[in-house]
Design a protein. Structure first.
Length: 205
């Protein structure tokens, strides 16, 4: 399956997808898209000879990007640290084919303004003993699409928000490729707005 990855920063999740052993032969990253013309993730894309595109004020429009992604027969779009809001037409066009990784256990610590260090600082302040990433479908509301999968991380010994961020990031690098693999194997179903992961045998029914 051809996939596209949206990024705004460092790109460690992009790297986790590209280097994932479970995804080898299952998916190919055909385009890396950013709202910034210069970001760490683009360096990773370059290193792996993956095409890049800039969208938004500094680049092409979302409707131009839609055409390109359709031409490339993109089956899945992964938001991995993309910080700009995705227009509704784009979300509708790729309905149930856009997923996002969020660095906390949704529905807590989500929504507008809850990104990057803001999330981990709020978790640290709360005194929560567990945190962890969530992968969910993207709809028109920030962080509110159906949850696909979550990973629990013990943060009871973490002494700072930075420490929580680093623990959660390690879990992200496992969770995101896992979910991309399930999607590529057609094992993620949505029933009554809830996600069900089906076995390899069940997926045809
Ligand atoms: C990750 O923590 C992800 O959960 C969030 O943005 C961060 C992106 O990190 N949405 P990276 O660019 O993949 O290293």
């Amino acid at each position: 399956m051809n996939i596209a990855v949206f990024v705004s920063g460092r790109g460690s999740n992009l790297r986790a997808i590209i280097e994932s052993k479970i995804l080898a032969g299952l998916v190919e990253v055909v385009l890396v898209i950013s709202d910034k013309s210069d970001c760490g993730a683009f360096k990773i894309a370059e290193q792996f000879n993956t095409g890049t595109a800039v969208v938004g004020k500094k680049g092409i429009s979302f409707s131009e990007l839609t055409k390109i992604l359709d031409e490339k027969k993109t089956g899945l779009i992964v938001l991995a640290g993309f910080l700009k809001l995705i227009p509704a037409e784009f979300v509708n066009h790729f309905e149930n084919r856009i997923i996002n990784i969020h660095p906390a256990l949704l529905p807590s610590y989500g929504g507008k303004g809850m990104y990057g260090h803001h999330v981990h600082e709020a978790v640290f302040k709360s005194g929560d003993k567990i945190s962890g990433p969530t992968v969910h479908f993207v709809n028109s509301e920030y962080d509110r699409g159906a949850i696909i999968s979550q990973k629990f991380v013990d943060i009871s010994k973490a002494k700072s928000a930075e420490e929580i961020a680093s623990l959660v990031l390690q879990a992200e690098h496992i969770l995101l490729p896992e979910v991309v693999g399930l999607f590529a194997q057609n094992r993620i179903k949505i029933e009554n707005g809830k996600v069900k992961i089906v076995s390899l045998e069940e997926r045809r029914s």
